[in-house]
Design a protein around this ligand. Structure first.
Ligand SMILES: [Mn+2]
Length: 427
């Protein structure tokens, strides 16, 4: 649904005085300590987070799924929902497509719709973790790592098809999350499975246009429970390094064992120019796929600290990082959950931008440990919400997206148009 700019202006007007007071106050305070508030607001324009086409419907677990009304019924309606999200938050200017869940029937039409909604087509996602009804061979025992060359070829061909769709739409990257693995000790010759995977990835890479990148995602367990072929960043980095210069590691927050130091992984990958993609979500126990920043907001801040520091290094070889929200909206309204995610990402980014990195580096050189901690805490404990609101206002978005969404009864409107029992494709 399209939002009339007048509704946004009227809504913002109610908050304007209070906002101006808050923003002027902290802006003056930060500026006095050498923080470039205008520069941070400008940089936020570049922090555009892709929304995957599968994120607009209600998610579920292997035990069940509880529906929400008004889910988008097709790719066109998914683009409409992401366009709405972007118009309110100004940080969701990209869409990431999943094949075969969202095959663009008419690429020109889809491209035009995305353009109207001010969305770019981000990474394409292939799927060799489930069998499709029109598929000859099964992925039950793997895909790119399968023992049978004909299954591997089928999986390679699928990835080539995904690249073809992406070329038509103007995407520039392919994300491969390889679910392959084994459930029982002894089931798989793990080093052979790795070699077969490297060979398959090489063929996919060879097929990619020269200006495309390949992102290799890792995960320690699930859907297989004894081993996965690409369990960790080391294996992904190894495969990316062997595959080629335009092959990169993709870090998904939920794809780590508990207490893994993810910020260190991020920093190390950037230092070697190999962090290509990043998926946001949060977790308490495993791959919980809940709202980013809802469990470990400090971790999110530390990750952005590594990103800002690493990307600012004069010798950085790392390309611009492709960001995506990869969460499952099982209880909340997916659009509200995504607004909360964008808020958490924006706040963590702003807080990490407050750090005086020269000062921090000096404190590190002097081994002044408590000053290092104080610099971080000073940034992390600051209330930076007025800066994010100011950014949204300047870009034409709303001060408070969730309240606006509720006041406008947008979900009710979507239910009226799409029905109570609509089901999003792919879920
Ligand atoms: Mn992911």
């Amino acid at each position: 649904m399209n939002i009339d700019q007048n509704h946004i202006s009227n809504f913002n007007e109610k908050y304007q005085d209070e906002h101006s007071r808050e923003f002027d106050f902290i802006s003056e305070k930060f500026t006095k300590t050498g923080v470039d508030v205008t520069g941070i607001i400008k940089n936020l324009e570049g922090l555009q987070i892709a929304i995957p086409s599968w994120a607009l419907g209600s998610g579920g677990t292997r035990f069940g799924r509880f529906s929400i009304g008004g889910q988008p019924r097709n790719l066109e309606e998914k683009i409409e929902d992401i366009g709405l999200l972007h118009s309110l938050c100004q940080m969701a200017g990209k869409i990431s497509l999943h094949i075969p869940w969202d095959i663009p029937g008419n690429s020109d039409h889809i491209k035009a719709l995305a353009k109207d909604a001010h969305l770019e087509i981000d990474a394409m996602n292939s799927n060799t973790f489930q069998d499709q009804s029109d598929q000859d061979l099964s992925y039950k025992y793997g895909s790119l790592s399968h023992t049978d060359v004909s299954v591997r070829n089928q999986a390679i061909d699928h990835n080539k098809t995904v690249i073809d769709y992406g070329k038509e739409l103007g995407s520039k990257s392919l994300t491969v999350w390889l679910a392959d693995g084994s459930n029982h000790p002894g089931q798989s010759n793990m080093s052979r499975a790795l070699n077969r995977t490297a060979d398959s990835l090489a063929q996919i890479y060879e097929y990619m246009p020269a200006d495309w990148s390949l992102f290799i995602e890792y995960k320690p367990f699930e859907p297989y429970f004894y081993s996965t072929v690409i369990p960790d960043w080391g294996t992904s980095f190894l495969l990316a390094s062997e595959t080629g210069d335009r092959a990169y590691t993709l870090v998904d927050l939920g794809h780590h064992l508990p207490n893994t130091n993810i910020e260190q992984i991020v920093g190390n990958l950037i230092s070697r120019g190999k962090l290509g993609g990043f998926h946001f979500n949060d977790s308490k126990y495993a791959d919980d796929d809940i709202t980013v920043g809802s469990i470990k907001p400090y971790q999110l801040f530390l990750i952005f600290m590594e990103i800002i520091q690493g990307m600012a290094a004069s010798n950085t070889r790392n390309p611009e990082i492709s960001y995506m929200i990869d969460a499952s909206h099982n209880l909340k309204d997916p659009l509200v959950d995504l607004m909360e995610s964008l808020e958490a990402i924006g706040l963590a980014y702003i807080k990490a931008s407050l750090i005086d990195y020269d000062d921090l580096e000096n404190a590190r050189e002097e081994n002044d440990v408590s000053r290092c901690s104080a610099i971080l805490q000073n940034a992390y404990q600051s209330d930076v919400r007025p800066i994010l609101r100011e950014f949204r206002q300047q870009q034409g978005g709303v001060f408070d997206p969730v309240t606006f969404y509720r006041n406008m009864n947008i979900r009710e409107h979507l239910i009226q148009h799409r029905g109570q029992n609509s089901i999003a494709s792919g879920l």
